[in-house]
Design a protein around this ligand. Structure first.
Ligand SMILES: NC(=O)c1ccc[n+]([C@@H]2O[C@H](COP(=O)([O-])OP(=O)(O)OC[C@H]3O[C@@H](n4cnc5c(N)ncnc54)[C@H](OP(=O)(O)O)[C@@H]3O)[C@@H](O)[C@H]2O)c1
Length: 303
């Protein structure tokens, strides 16, 4: 599996495992998924403290711990969304330095690791005291709690600030041929690595595309209605009949780490099969894909 080197020296597999939708209530099945991912060369696992109010990190930490002696892997998690672990309720966005530092230490404990390879700010607004956030992240790095940090955001003004004033290593955004808003952002990122979440757009880019469009996108997406989305996938199928493979090739062209979420082993098997058949796109093929896209723009939070 190809690795993407980040500027802080992380070596992340191009295809990575988004852990948000793992079947946590069936830990055996979750372990099968994780073991299969590792055996296929996936070395980056993406989670967040907020997913299932800490349980996602706990299960991932428990399972990965069993494989530590056999595999080298990286764990990425996220913080900033405060929650009540006992009541299992969200408490809202909290960018306070003391909170972020404490949250990272809680994640470290749940993940059963000595150091968090990638700690991501789980959102953020332009109103936050961003220098305090950066100071928290830098201190966590100096203290050896985290190895590197990044942000998860599509807000242009937030991205711009962290790009100029911090050492973010990565930027996570939802990115696929339909949600193509990151296209506007990526050219100015220099050596910041893009982590593309939602590469299959909940299954739109899979062999189950029609069912997913009808069931999960009956109201469309942003300015696109379901028929607009269907038109895009139909045109893209003319270029590559395997929609998952097409999306992977599109993201690979942009050098992204692809954070693919799954809820079953079968999905991961299907996805890895398509990923392993992905040939690099030529410029001509990329141009054809680009012509079929409906270009979306993130309208808010620009200044
Ligand atoms: N703000 C943030 O930072 C943020 C937000 C969201 C996600 N993330 C991260 O990004 C990761 C990926 O995001 P995502 O889970 O939204 O990605 P995604 O790839 O768009 O969606 C994953 C879902 O797609 C469906 N799917 C996957 N493979 C399939 C296949 N072969 N056939 C049919 N359906 C398939 C499954 O839905 P079903 O389970 O319904 O079958 C699966 O749960 C997450 O796991 C998480 O780590 C970050």
């Amino acid at each position: 599996m190809k690795k993407i080197e980040t500027r802080d020296g992380l070596s992340l597999s191009e295809l990575s495992l988004g852990c948000m939708n793992l079947p946590l209530n069936d830990e055996k099945e979750t372990e099968k998924i994780i073991e299969y991912a590792l055996s296929e060369g996936i070395n980056y696992f993406d989670t967040a403290d907020f997913y299932q109010f800490g349980d996602n990190e706990s299960v991932l930490g428990r399972v990965l711990d069993k494989y530590r002696s056999r595999y080298d892997f990286n764990i990425g998690t996220k913080g900033g969304n405060d929650f009540d672990r006992i009541k299992r309720e969200p408490k809202g966005w909290n960018p306070d330095k003391a909170y972020i530092k404490e949250a990272a230490k809680e994640s470290l404990r749940r993940l059963k690791t000595d150091v968090i390879d990638l700690y991501q700010l789980h959102g953020g607004t332009i109103e936050d005291d961003k220098d305090e956030v950066i100071s928290a992240l830098e201190e966590l790095k100096t203290e050896g709690i985290i190895r590197s940090y990044g942000i998860s955001s599509i807000r242009m003004n937030v991205i711009d600030y962290y790009k100029k004033h911090s050492n973010i290593n990565t930027l996570m955004m939802q990115f696929n041929p339909i949600d193509n808003r990151p296209l506007e952002v990526i050219d100015g990122l220099d050596d910041i690595t893009v982590i593309a979440r939602g590469p299959l757009f909940k299954g739109v880019f899979s062999s189950h595309s029609e069912r997913v469009l009808t069931k999960k996108f009956e109201n469309g997406f942003l300015s696109l209605n379901t028929d607009d989305m269907r038109q895009v996938t139909e045109e893209l199928k003319e270029i590559d009949s395997d929609l998952s493979r097409l999306s992977y090739r599109f993201l690979s062209y942009h050098n992204a780490v692809i954070a693919n979420g799954v809820s079953s082993l079968q999905q991961l098997e299907e996805n890895i099969k398509s990923f392993n058949q992905s040939e690099p796109l030529s410029i001509d093929e990329y141009d054809k894909i680009y012509q079929a896209l409906k270009i979306l723009k993130y309208e808010d939070h620009r200044s």
